[in-house]
Design a protein around this ligand. Structure first.
Ligand code: PBG
Length: 305
């Protein structure tokens, strides 16, 4: 077992859906499910035994519209999940993704005016703030804005403070690349853009240096943790960020990186456990304090063995 990984370095993502007793498999995302709140609570018993204490929730609404209305429901699945989890698992650090791409019919990360194709920045910030406040009211520990909208962190910070949520912290998806590695996630959330691409707001991999500026902006704007996403193709950025800023840093080992490992292991190309340890220890070595990974539960199990 590589010594540089403990359960405390891991964040496990969940996809939350409405209803009860639901566990939906996702075609191209082996071992990952969309779960109703009760099913997540059951799963958390396992997670807790493995010593994993941080989770990240993504909501998947039943219906999408142009305004992302389902993202702000006081009793929507994410709000309910946060509330129920904090009640049953007081020590669990609960984080929620704050972005509307899973909630909009067009699949973009912000709101778009009728007849337009680019994001309406003001309306997008309002939507993200509203969504973050909804999660804060249910008791979330960290909101994680992932829309790559300029000034999203400071806008959310100010709104949280003004509404009495000074203790709600922010995990900024600071340096998020327009990446090919998000495929399985977009299947899970049915959140791929229906036209255009995310290159107007996510970073282009040809301009990786812009990442450092984004990180610096998020730190100035009040982020408590910053993130580089994806992880593997951007380990140089992870390293540079850690060296330059000495700030709590997360890296997102995204769905496509996970799927590579899983499908290769299924085909007998490599040993899954050994491959996962090689990858996760590399992300740690590069400088990530926290790693968001769909492998977290398996790693927790393997560390205990
Ligand atoms: C978008 C978002 C994405 C992921 C999480 N939130 C990427 C995208 O569709 O642009 C991807 C995570 C993964 O692939 O595991 N708000």
């Amino acid at each position: 077992m590589p010594i540089n990984i403990t359960a405390d370095n891991l964040i496990y993502p969940y996809f939350v859906i409405e209803g009860s007793g639901k566990k939906q498999a996702i075609k191209t995302f082996p071992g990952v499910y969309r779960l109703s709140v009760d099913a997540i609570l059951k799963d958390l018993d396992i997670l807790q035994k493995l010593g994993i204490t941080r989770i990240l929730l993504f909501g998947i609404p039943q219906e999408k519209d142009t305004q992302a209305s389902q993202a702000y429901l006081a009793h929507g699945p994410v709000a309910q999940a946060v509330y129920a989890i904090k009640e049953r698992f007081a020590k669990m650090t609960v984080m929620t993704d704050v972005c509307v791409c899973a909630y909009t019919t067009h699949g973009h990360c912000g709101l778009i005016k009728p007849g337009q194709t680019r994001l309406d920045h003001g309306a997008t910030l309002d939507a993200l703030v509203k969504m973050a406040l909804t999660h804060a009211r249910s008791g979330v520990d960290f909101v994680a804005p992932s829309a790559m909208a300029k000034r999203q962190v400071v806008s959310i910070r100010q709104a949280l403070d003004a509404n009495g949520f000074q203790r709600t912290r922010i995990l900024g998806y600071s340096a998020k690349f327009a990446s090919n590695f998000y495929g399985p996630f977009r299947q899970a959330a049915d959140s791929g853009p229906k036209f255009g691409s995310r290159k107007h707001y996510q970073l282009r991999f040809t301009r990786a240096n812009a990442a450092l500026q984004e990180i610096q902006d998020d730190i100035k704007e009040g982020a408590d943790i910053v993130m580089v996403k994806p992880a593997l193709a951007y380990l140089d950025i992870v390293r540079q960020v850690k060296q330059e800023f000495h700030f709590p840093l997360a890296a997102y080992n995204v769905s496509g990186e996970y799927a590579f490992v899983k499908y290769g292991a299924q085909r007998g190309l490599w040993d899954e456990r050994s491959m996962v340890f090689e990858i996760i220890s590399a992300i740690r070595r590069a400088g990530a304090d926290l790693i968001i990974t769909y492998h977290a539960k398996d790693i927790g199990r393997w560390i205990k063995e």
